[in-house]
Design a binder for this molecule. Structure first.
Ligand code: SAJ
Length: 438
């Protein structure tokens, strides 16, 4: 059985076997990075379809090319399974499972608990292994939920097994920073745990960043994403303020962004989408409630960001009213339904809220998004329509919700009679009709 020294040696010699639980947009890039460094990887996923695809060298994750995956599979460096018993003899396990919110906005850590219990019941336990949680969660999760489950057979953490938390910083679609070049924060239950985790990640990331505890590392990630949610909430409120004052928020933001220090640019939009930013801060505010503290910035930002779809719908109503029309019965074309530009992910996308609200008011909705073929999974029986002159001319109102880079904004300006632009996408574009901004 491994002790600290044998683990350090195995990582240094790249002959450790690393298990990664959760072959999604976090786990798979990590698996490829470690396999490319020479380690043997066992990817565990409950979805047999994903497992079958990976074992054929076919990637389903945007940022992982099959061309980089297949050679690793062919060499036997990376294999996937639904069977936790494949983890019995690994040297390290990284847990990269989802941490969603329940409908009540409470954290759902059931995937973390299930993975940990499966390690103990089927995966040969934690003895002699490093276990790292990468999933974003509230401070205390690793030491309060995982540690007791791993200690079951009397093992001593930091001697018989090692436990750490290291937040994922995978940003789908980003190319300027990769898994290897993005600094990796690492907190351990004991100093020996940090040392072992730094030794593992240090083989694939340029800059491991050790911190004093797993809770500190958990808090770092929540600060990163809460920072974004709160600043997006601030700039969305500034958009509402500028609207009331008759100012152009885009001009104000662009001019403020000329300040070379002490300012970071965020831009207003139709709301807060994605699987990170709308979710993670609620893990923090939930934890603080357990110690009788109200995280006011998080709740205020959530209110402001959550209110943006309604705000956009009111702008659409006002714009149609200017044309002596109502939402009810109007043909409204939504441009871009993904949660942010140039991706196909619609999770928590504010476009869905805007479309629901418009339908409730009798709007006749169509959408065009080259990254999102259909919205069947989101409760809409709709496919993306082709962006033609006829479609633009038929629409009583065209709404830019997600400003994909490859949209033909000149075509929109040439044929749409009324545009509500929530992303300043029409800036500098010739428009024959009328444009309403945020
Ligand atoms: N948004 C705005 N205005 C902004 C920035 C974002 O309205 O100025 C909206 C987006 O349209 C989207 C939502 O907020 O609906 C979230 O956007 P995001 O840029 O934060 O993108 P995400 O959700 O993909 O966040 C990820 C995060 N990465 C990780 O969690 C590892 C985040 O920490 C990154 O900083 C972010 O990508 C990024 O910079 O792209």
């Amino acid at each position: 059985m491994n002790n600290k020294e044998t683990l350090l040696q195995k990582f240094a010699q790249r002959d450790a076997v690393i298990g990664i639980i959760g072959m999604g947009y976090v786990g798979l890039p990590a698996a490829v990075a470690f396999a490319e460094e020479g380690f043997h990887i066992i990817g565990i996923d409950l979805d047999a379809t994903k497992v079958a695809s990976l074992n054929k060298g076919v990637s389903y994750v945007e940022d992982v090319a099959s061309a980089s995956l297949k050679p690793l599979v062919d060499k036997g460096r990376l294999r996937a399974s639904t069977d936790y018993s494949m983890l019995r003899d690994v040297d390290a396990i990284s847990i990269c499972v989802p941490t969603p919110l329940r409908k009540t906005k409470d954290p759902d850590v059931s995937y973390i608990i299930s993975a940990t219990d499966s390690i103990m019941h089927d995966g040969g336990g934690a003895s002699g292994k490093l276990v790292v949680l990468e999933s974003t969660t509230y401070p205390g999760t690793t030491d309060e939920l995982i540690l007791p489950r791993l200690k079951k057979n009397g093992d001593v953490v930091g001697q018989d097994f090692f436990l750490a938390f290291s937040p994922e910083r995978i940003d789908p679609g980003r190319t300027d920073y990769t898994f290897n070049t993005t600094p990796k924060v690492i907190g351990g239950t004991t100093p020996a745990c940090v040392e072992v985790a730094v030794a593992m990640y240090g083989t694939v990331v340029e800059r491991p960043v050790p911190v004093s505890s797993t809770a500190a590392a958990e808090m770092v990630k929540l600060l990163e994403n809460t920072f974004r949610a709160v600043n997006i909430g601030l700039v969305n409120e500034v958009a509402i303020m500028c609207d009331r004052l008759g100012l152009n928020v885009w001009e104000v933001v662009e001019a403020a962004a000329t300040k070379p220090y002490g300012f970071m640019k965020f831009t207003p939009g139709p709301g807060l989408g994605g699987h990170c930013i709308p979710i993670d801060p609620h893990y923090l505010s939930w934890k603080l409630k357990t110690v009788n503290y109200t995280a006011r910035f998080i709740e205020l930002a959530s209110d402001v960001n959550g209110g943006m779809p309604e705000y956009v719908v009111s702008k659409i109503g006002d714009a149609l009213n200017m044309k002596r029309k109502s939402v009810n019965g109007s043909h409204i074309l939504i441009l871009g339904v993904a949660y942010k530009p140039n991706v196909g992910d619609v999770r928590e996308s504010p476009a869905l809220d805007v479309m629901h609200l418009l339908q409730e008011r009798g709007g006749v909705i169509k959408y065009h998004d080259p990254y999102v073929a259909d919205l069947a999974d989101e409760g809409f029986d709709m496919q993306s329509i082709e962006l033609t002159r006829a479609a633009l001319e038929l629409a009583d109102c065209v709404v830019v919700i997600t400003n994909h880079a490859d949209f033909d904004y000149e075509q929109v300006g040439a044929y749409a009679s009324l545009i509500v632009d929530t992303r300043n996408a029409m800036k500098g574009v010739a428009v024959q009709g009328y444009v309403v901004g945020m």
